[in-house]
Design a binder for this molecule. Sequence first.
Ligand SMILES: C[S@@+](CC[C@H](N)C(=O)[O-])C[C@H]1O[C@@H](n2cnc3c(N)ncnc32)[C@H](O)[C@@H]1O
Length: 224
Amino acid sequence: MSSPYARPGFYDEALAKGRHRDIVGGRWDETGRAQMAALMDHGLRPDHVLLDIGAGALRLGCKAVPYLEPGHYWGTDASRALMLAGYAAELDARERLDPVQLVEDADFTFAGVSDTITHAIAFGVFPHLESDAIALCLNGLRRFPQLECVLLTVFLAPDEATSHRQKDGVVTHAGRAPYHLSEAALYAMADASGWSLNRDDRMLPRGQVMFRAEPLRPSPSSPR
Ligand SMILES: C[S@@+](CC[C@H](N)C(=O)[O-])C[C@H]1O[C@@H](n2cnc3c(N)ncnc32)[C@H](O)[C@@H]1O
């Protein structure tokens, strides 16, 4: 348990000090804009329905909620209190989002989230979690029949590297946060849970790498 998010009392203490922006890593406007740009490059339109996995204090939500049709944004996070802090302090367009659509979920079950999700993003989430969280998340997302793609970010490192210095200097690890994994391991994981994966080579904060995953569905003509 090396992730700060897993420390008992972490959210309560930081939220009591009004530090909801710091909890998600600051760079508020820039990172929200970068996520929105990526989603639009990958086809997000106002009539789509977005699931923001590990939504934090709604750094993306502040951009996505005004863009999407009312009710078309859903967020999950290990801390609902964090999402609600962002809702109260940061979101201008509160009438466009019922807070019931901010769902506490630390296990990627997505229980209670609408079946109508068409796009999902998990930005800056997996660097804080052991790599089996990625498989858990991809398996959980299989239940959304209209899901076109999920964008996710990770730190990459060569096979077998226990620690690795990323280009901007941050040191990542195989066995503790911030976590990395090899690109081959990520592709194998996606393949095993029924997703095709494509790397998106845009520059991201701290040297994270974005991937687009699409669910592999049997074509209507395949034999049963
Ligand atoms: C670096 S922040 C990124 C937040 C948001 N995606 C953004 O870009 O503003 C990582 C987020 O992952 C959430 N998180 C940590 N462990 C989680 C888990 N097991 N399930 C869901 N969310 C988790 C944290 O609460 C935090 O909001």
